[in-house]
Design a protein around this ligand. Structure first.
Ligand code: AMP
Length: 534
């Protein structure tokens, strides 16, 4: 007999098991929508098995990595779940990454198969990058390109799938602690690190989101979720795709985010739940298309990753739909704290809701002791949302984990009298631009590869649109004076666009601390003085 989770979904181990379950109990229910493509649960399940056969026929063994460079589209869901069925590990690559970033990740996780789009809707072509990667990737057995392209590199997805037809599928058994996905996050040390997630990490998010819906069953019946975040992001995998599939709902893919296109899809596909990072919602509510948007199907809007401005929350509230927000992180669970079904504008704008009670949560002071009641401290987490560690990087895992198995999140918070968490900052100098994490050190390292730059410092500055953006300060080598426009172009060839600082100042030297590090505090002070003086 099926055991059920709080929130009504069956208690199963892997995301792919939910597809099989709904294929049995509701085979003709719609599962996946993308343009003209529509798959019901039976067809979705069949597509996953076909892909699993192809992966095994290509030589993928349990524990092997399957890397995917893709926009949000059905093949992402099919390949991810096929990888789960045969015990592999799926790795997402962002289509905004430039070649050096892609190379680093492929080098680090050494995939057996690389599956990629050939172009993005914005027109970026990947053939040259794929050729360069394929030329020196160790252990890579196949490069596969998705439809809507004429591949010169590797084989087409359809040929890849056909090669597996007739292969006897040997499904892998899996437990909740087995690894399933690597999500690359940038790090304070500069190079992106792979956070290794177990099946339980992906299911955990569903359970947390269910708390936001508690007692409002009408919100989750007939769920249709708009999925328009990059698939390498935990929010796309867990909060969008995972949430829809675990509840037996439909996931409607949009390859790129644009406000008018999102409104159009919401109306056409009768979306019941959408959301993302606040910068996306800001853009939607500020767009002229909002005035005529048909949002009559929408029952709930959710956001996370960064705080939403009170005015945005107020405007969304006027729609009369259920609003929810949450706090989470790749390494500790996509949703760790969540607002409740009856929270008001103040709760939604000021807090990230109540922490989940199934795992252990602490707010600790600098000595690792529980912070006194009402004091701020760092959030430490233990329990089912916490990741397995960084891929191939025990040193980084050791830094992230405190004694006793606690994950140090780096996030500073305080508990309100009613127990809701209020976030107030981060320990490291990571900042959030448009919902993406940006680590200044990663950008500084790239800047310091420039032949005219001696050293560089990047700091975050507040931005009305993206929440935070980078500001770069450059110390030029003696006798050199690189132009900011030229440095900008240099960065754009090497880093995803959201990491590129919005302002670049070139100087002969930067203020230094006695220990020889750039005095970022002084730079922040300078920016503030300039702002105040304007
Ligand atoms: P990621 O691993 O990309 O999901 O980013 C996680 C980080 O985003 C957290 O460690 C926080 O610093 C930040 N974050 C997540 N949710 C929120 C939120 N609701 N408000 C403010 N910051 C958030």
């Amino acid at each position: 007999m099926t055991d059920f989770l709080p929130g009504g979904a069956p208690r199963l181990t892997r995301l792919c098991d939910f597809v099989r379950y709904y294929a049995d109990v509701a085979p003709s229910r719609e599962a996946v929508v993308f343009g003209e493509t529509r798959l019901d649960y039976a067809a979705f399940d069949g597509a996953i098995d076909r892909c699993a056969r192809a992966l095994q026929a290509a030589g993928v063994r349990p524990g092997d990595r399957i890397a995917m460079l893709t926009t949000p589209r059905p093949e992402f869901a099919v390949v991810l779940m096929a990888t789960q069925r045969i015990g592999g590990i799926w790795v997402g690559l962002n289509t905004r990454y430039r070649l050096p970033e892609l190379r680093h990740i492929v080098d680090d996780c050494a995939p057996t198969v690389l599956i990629s789009v050939c172009r993005t809707p914005e027109g970026r072509l990947f053939e040259a990058d794929l050729e360069a990667i394929a030329a020196d990737a160790r252990g890579l057995k196949a490069v596969v390109t998705l439809p809507e392209s004429t591949p010169r590199v590797g084989q087409s997805f359809e040929d890849f799938l056909s090669a597996g037809d007739g292969h006897d599928l040997a499904p892998a058994a899996a437990g909740p602690d087995d690894p399933t996905v690597i999500v690359y996050t940038s790090g304070t040390t500069g190079r992106p690190k792979g956070a290794l997630l177990a099946h339980r990490n992906l299911i955990y998010c569903y359970e947390q989101v269910s708390r936001s819906f508690a007692g409002k069953e009408q919100l989750r019946d007939g769920l249709r979720i708009l999925c328009n975040l990059p698939p390498n992001h935990i929010g796309c995998i867990s909060e969008m795709l995972g949430n829809a599939i675990i509840r037996g709902g439909a996931v409607v893919f949009a390859e790129q985010f644009d406000p008018a296109g999102a409104f159009d899809l919401i109306a056409r596909e009768r979306i019941t739940l959408f959301g993302g990072v606040p910068v996306m919602l800001e853009a939607m509510f500020a767009d002229p298309a909002f005035a005529n948007a048909d949002l009559s199907s929408v029952k709930a809007i959710g956001w996370g990753g960064a705080p939403a401005a009170r005015d945005l929350v107020r405007r969304m509230k006027e729609l009369g739909v259920h609003l929810f927000t949450n706090y989470g992180l790749t390494e500790g669970g996509a949703v760790v704290s969540a607002t409740g079904p009856d929270d008001d504008i103040d709760d939604l704008a000021e807090t990230v809701g109540h922490p989940d009670s199934s795992g252990d949560r602490r707010i600790v002071d600098d000595e690792g002791r529980d912070a006194a009641y009402g004091q701020t401290g760092e959030i430490w987490l233990k329990g089912p949302g916490v990741f397995l560690g960084y891929w191939n990087n025990p040193a980084a895992t050791g830094v992230a984990m405190a004694p006793g198995g606690w994950l140090r999140t780096g996030d500073i918070a305080q508990a309100r009298a009613d127990g809701a968490w209020v976030l107030s900052g981060r320990k490291a100098d990571m900042f959030k631009s448009g919902g993406f994490n940006v680590y200044p050190r990663e950008i500084e390292l790239v800047l310091e590869e420039h032949p005219d730059i001696a050293y560089a410092a990047v700091i975050a500055i507040a931005d009305p649109r993206y929440f935070e953006v980078g500001a770069a300060f450059i110390a030029a080598k003696p006798g050199r004076s690189p132009a900011p426009t030229e440095i900008d172009a240099f960065l754009r060839g090497r880093l995803a666009n959201y990491k590129v600082p919005k302002t670049i100042q070139v100087r002969s030297a930067l203020p230094m601390l006695p220990i020889g590090k750039v005095d970022k505090h002084a730079l922040r002070g300078e920016l503030k003085t300039n702002e105040d003086g304007q």
